[in-house]
Design a protein around this ligand. Structure first.
Ligand code: ZN
Length: 133
């Protein structure tokens, strides 16, 4: 198991509409997709930076994971996603090394990718996602 690159960095924002201009007008990136992920109670906006994406996350429900995160910590970096060729295999291998998982098996994330989260208590406080096809 080895990540091939950073697939994306997830950033919690209060409002996509208010946050997108910074990425487009200041950094010169282009928002190429906005997608709602009902399962996670978020609306996402994507930008490409080389092979890596920036994923802005706006909560659609104050009780959802991003709503709660913003209430506790405010806006900012929420998670880092590593690109994995075999997400299911990587999760199983990680669990075998004693790391606590949020997702024991992959689920469907934005862009139709398979995703699975590791628990930040086992990763030095960094919410970590594995992401792949
Ligand atoms: Zn993500």
């Amino acid at each position: 198991m080895k990540p091939t690159h950073i697939e994306h960095i997830g950033i919690a924002v209060k409002s996509l509409e208010e946050s997108i201009p910074y990425y487009e007008e200041v950094l010169g990136l282009k928002c190429y997709a906005v997608e709602e992920v009902k399962d996670q109670k978020v609306k996402t906006a994507f930008f490409k930076v080389g092979e890596t994406k920036i994923e802005l996350l706006e909560s659609t429900d104050p009780e959802g994971p991003i709503g709660k995160f913003i209430e506790k910590k405010g806006e900012g970096i929420h998670h880092i996603a590593f690109a994995m060729e075999d997400v299911a295999g990587a999760l199983a291998e990680t669990a075998g090394k004693g790391v606590r998982l949020i997702d024991k098996v992959p689920r469907k994330g934005a862009e139709g990718l398979h995703i699975g989260f590791l628990h930040p208590k086992s990763t030095g406080g960094v919410l970590t996602e594995f992401c792949g096809k």
